[in-house]
Design a protein around this ligand. Structure first.
Ligand code: X2X
Length: 333
């Protein structure tokens, strides 16, 4: 019951003023959707936000989490969060690129050397710039981006050891201009497929491979339909927690504060959990039959440079945005 929930969340001291001010008001029922399995830390994070918001608003705001593309694939969910059919949507930044061009900039190949560089940029000026661009499209992005991770290539056919192995390889990439452009620059033959269809596309060999962080490869059981895991580390990827702007504005001030705080706390926990998984899952995947190999990453980076990938995207993102990124990454090209 409500009372146990509140006390259980350890929020008894701050709840009574909310309970009093919210008691007479209408209830908000919000949907929170994402594309990952329930075993992924992002889902636990979304559930913890729902629980904290319910407790912190004394039941005024109730959030129901829909994992695993239950409400449609990413393309469907993006249009639903825009028209208000879904109030909250967790989406990988680059998939937003079709709507918000600037949202692709954090996924440039080999931009971030490690997590400290990622969080400095995303919690700093680069993230702030991206959030303001997202805001122009009627979507409110919660302040701290959540982690997806550094991405690795898997295939059913052969390992990727150098850039030459990617030549002509049929690989699934998420729907996003930068992703397609990057894998074309690598010399591969990328196919845009929503995550909802990835397992079956791999199983039926519509594509021979895909790329994702270890936490996704393991929780989505892609090891069942993929043999080789090549540690390309070719890009970092993160999830914005988007709220339909009208749905955000409709909430009372206090409720918005409760949600923002819950989102931030969940972000910090989710980042730590994903990083831990990405550090420990290699052994688990090997146990599940995957063959893991190291990669000549420099050969991949050189391929992007010689294909003109960085200069093309510098022009597309613009000098100001590019300079903001390079403040954190150093010169990219
Ligand atoms: O679609 C993918 O590969 C995933 C799950 O990583 C994203 O949402 C970008």
């Amino acid at each position: 019951n409500r009372r146990t929930l509140i006390l259980g969340a350890g929020a008894a001291a701050v709840v009574s003023p909310f309970a009093a001010s919210f008691a007479q008001k209408a209830k908000f029922n919000y949907k929170y959707a994402h594309n990952l399995p329930v075993t992924h830390p992002l889902h636990k994070g979304a559930e913890s936000v729902a629980a904290a918001v319910k407790a912190g608003t004394a039941g005024l705001v109730e959030i129901q989490v829909f994992p695993n593309n239950q409400l449609g694939n990413d393309t469907d969910m993006l249009s639903q969060v825009r028209n208000g059919g879904i109030e909250i949507f967790s989406i990988a930044s680059l998939i937003l690129q079709t709507l918000v061009p600037a949202a692709g900039i954090s996924g440039l190949g080999f931009a971030f050397p490690d997590y400290p560089a990622v969080w400095k940029a995303m919690d700093g000026d680069l993230g702030a710039y991206m959030r303001s661009e997202i805001g122009k499209k009627g979507l409110f992005a919660q302040e701290k981006i959540w982690d997806n991770g550094f991405r690795q290539v898997t295939t059913s056919t052969k390992p990727v050891k150098t850039a030459a192995d990617l030549d002509g390889m049929k690989l699934r990439v998420p729907p996003s201009p930068l992703w397609t452009s990057m894998f074309k620059a690598f010399g591969a033959a990328p196919a845009s497929i929503n995550f909802a269809e990835v397992y079956s596309a791999l199983q039926t060999k519509i594509v021979e491979g895909q790329e994702n962080p270890l936490a996704v490869i393991e929780t989505a059981k892609l090891y069942e339909v993929q043999k080789y895991l090549s540690l390309t580390n070719h890009m970092w990827d993160g999830y914005w927690q988007l709220v339909n702007q009208k749905a955000w504005d409709r909430l009372p001030d206090d409720a918005r504060k409760v949600m923002a705080k819950a989102m931030e706390e969940a972000a910090i926990l989710e980042r730590a959990e994903v990083a831990a998984l990405n550090g420990s899952l290699q052994a688990v995947l090997e146990k599940n039959g995957m063959v893991v190999n190291q990669v000549d990453k420099e050969s991949l980076r050189q391929k992007l440079i010689s294909a003109g990938f960085y200069s093309e995207w510098k022009t597309k993102f613009g000098d100001a945005a590019w300079a903001t990124l390079e403040k954190y990454t150093g010169k990219l090209a």
